[in-house]
Design a binder for this molecule. Sequence first.
Ligand SMILES: [Zn+2]
Length: 150
Amino acid sequence: MGRGMTRIDPPLYLASTTITCWRCGSRMPAVAIIAPNVPGTEGTVCILSETQSLPGNIRAFIQKRFPSYKLSYSKTIRSKYYANTCPRCGVLSGDFFLHSEPGAPFFPISAEDAAHLSLVEIPADSPIDVQAGLGMGPGEIILQHARKGK
Ligand SMILES: [Zn+2]
């Protein structure tokens, strides 16, 4: 399953939370990239999912904080993408389950839900080329209500 390259203008944000591994029950971190400036979306705040390629500096920023976010093979999409994996058992928690259903970790449906997420800006001073799906639902509420950190 291939996707074309999308050029995104800065800033980018990293949203994070803690979830429970569906296989071993460990608590594990999960992250998602928020992109408010995607050309052609008329100002929609997008959330990247099933990200297949990322610039090295962006990847390094994320993996320094969340080493278990890594390029992994997904049986669901039969391809590799940057996925949240369990530090204990290694299984992937797929973006489909983290992003797609209202009430999922990266699909908050209220300000209160969104406040469970933490948000940091990913340093980037020039346009960022990614290969990813663009979610157009809950980005705005995440940007407004997630806890801002460093
Ligand atoms: Zn696990």
